[in-house]
Each structure stands twice: as structure tokens, then as C-alpha cells.
Design a protein around this ligand. Structure first.
Ligand SMILES: C[S@@+](CC[C@H](N)C(=O)[O-])C[C@H]1O[C@@H](n2cnc3c(N)ncnc32)[C@H](O)[C@@H]1O
Length: 226
């Protein structure tokens, strides 16, 4: 079956409402300064000038989670990839506002960046509220599929962590089924509370807050690379 690593087509919107002047300036000036190089292999030394634990966020939305984590762990390096221009502009605003020196961003497809990293080089991978593609005929577009998961597994170090959050019941069941079939990820849940309650160090994004306001449940999955 085709999956997002082989079809490599970005679905969904890449642009929304026009940027404010300050946001355009961030895209033109700050993004090139903290952008992931456009091509070629990348690693911690190239991106941050030293060897440090790396975190990678797939589809960071407006960047609240990425900024929170980067602020919490200033000695770690954070790479975020998001194709949505307005989201990238918002994330740049957080980077500037919080004076974060440990964040590198790329506007585009996360899988294109992920595959350029060395194997076993990431301590954390975050995938929060991935686009749900609820219709069965669109299931191959979901990020939680064998192709992207193989790539995530390859890039995580042993003992590294994959965090997945969703507010979509179909995606929740799908993720449990797909992840449950993998031997390279160990689900870090001992009781229901472990995936029903927000784990420490996992801030709420605006997207998640909206889902809760709309009465939807949120599930938090943590997997250790085994
Ligand atoms: C529902 S939003 C959630 C945003 C954010 N993670 C949050 O929790 O607030 C899903 C995001 O995934 C992004 N996305 C979709 N496909 C992607 C891809 N291949 N690489 C990176 N981001 C992607 C979308 O642009 C969108 O911003």
C-alpha cells in the first residue's frame, strides 16, 4: 500500500490569511538565519555547532509545543518542520519572543528533513494532532503508517521517545492498532491514566485547547524506541 513516505505529496493547506508585516519580516529575515539547510545531510554539529540531544517535531502548527520544549531544555537542539506558512511565522514569533537559540525550522515536508539526519540521532520525535484523514480511503495519507514510522524508528536513538497526541477517535484506534503491531516501539503506558491524562512536559497547544473546548477527548501516547 502507498504511504506518505513513498507518495511524498503534501496534502492540506500551505497558506492561510495574509501575514502581518512583522510576520513577513520574520519569514524573510529570521527564517533564513535559523533555517535547516535546503539540502544534503544534516546533524547536530552542522545545525547547532556541537553534539547535543536532538528533538524533532513533525507538523508543529503554530509552534507552541516546540517553543515550550526548547525553552525547557536550552542545551538540547530542536528541529521543527511545518509546511503551513502562517504556522511557521507564528513559530518564528515564539523563537524571537523567547530568545530561543536552540531551534531550527524548515517550511515543508517533515519526512524530507527527517531522512537527511543520521540514523539513531534523535532523542525525541513529536507528532501532535496529525491531520486525521478520517475517511478509510485516505488512510494512506496518515502520518502513522509503516513508511513514516520506519523512518522515525530509524532516526530515533535506542531508548529515545516518540510522542503522539490526537483528539480524533479514528486516529486513536488506528494508531493503537498500527503501533501495537510494531516490535521497535514499546508503549509507555501501564494504565489508562497514562494516555488519558496529559504527561508532564507536554504543554497544550492552541489546536488541542480548541479540540477540548469542542468537547473532544485527547489521547497522549508515549513510545520508547526499543
Ligand atoms: C491538525 S494540525 C496540528 C498542529 C500542531 N501539531 C498542534 O498540535 O497544534 C496538523 C499539522 O500537520 C502539518 N503537516 C501535514 N503534513 C505534514 C508533513 N508532511 N510534514 C510536516 N507537517 C505536516 C499541517 O500543516 C498542520 O499544521
Amino acid at each position: 500500500m502507498e504511504d506518505p513516505t513513498t507518495i511524498r505529496r503534501l496534502y492540506g493547506r500551505s497558506k492561510g490569511r495574509p501575514l502581518r508585516v512583522g510576520q513577513s519580516a520574520l519569514i524573510e529575515e529570521l527564517l533564513p538565519a535559523i533555517g535547516v539547510p535546503a539540502e544534503g545531510p544534516i546533524d547536530s554539529a552542522l545545525l547547532f555547532g556541537d553534539a547535543r540531544p536532538l528533538h524533532f517535531e513533525i507538523g508543529f502548527g503554530a509552534g507552541e509545543h516546540l517553543a515550550y520544549r526548547a525553552d525547557l531544555l536550552p542545551d538540547h537542539g530542536f528541529i521543527g518542520v511545518e509546511p503551513f506558512l502562517n504556522g511557521v511565522a507564528a513559530a518564528l514569533g515564539h523563537v524571537q519572543g523567547r530568545h530561543l537559540a536552540n531551534v531550527r525550522l524548515h517550511m515543508g515536508d517533515a519526512l524530507d528533513v527527517l531522512e537527511r539526519l543520521p540514523d539513531a540521532s534523535l532523542r525525541f520525535v513529536y507528532l501532535l494532532h496529525p491531520d486525521p484523514w478520517p475517511k478509510a480511503r485516505h488512510a494512506k495519507r496518515r502520518m502513522v503508517n509503516p513508511g513514516p514510522l520506519d523512518l522515525i524508528a530509524a532516526k530515533l536513538e535506542l531508548g529515545g521517545e516518540f510522542r503522539l497526541g490526537t483528539d480524533d477517535p479514528t486516529y486513536c484506534r488506528w494508531a493503537m492498532m498500527v503501533m501495537g503491531g510494531r516490535r521497535d516501539f514499546e508503549w509507555l503506558a501501564e494504565s489508562a491514566a497514562d494516555f488519558l491524562a496529559r504527561p508532564g512536559g507536554w504543554p497544550e497547544t492552541r489546536y488541542e485547547a480548541k479540540a477540548r473546548r469542542a468537547g473532544r477527548e485527547v489521547w497522549y501516547f508515549r513510545y520508547r524506541r526499543a
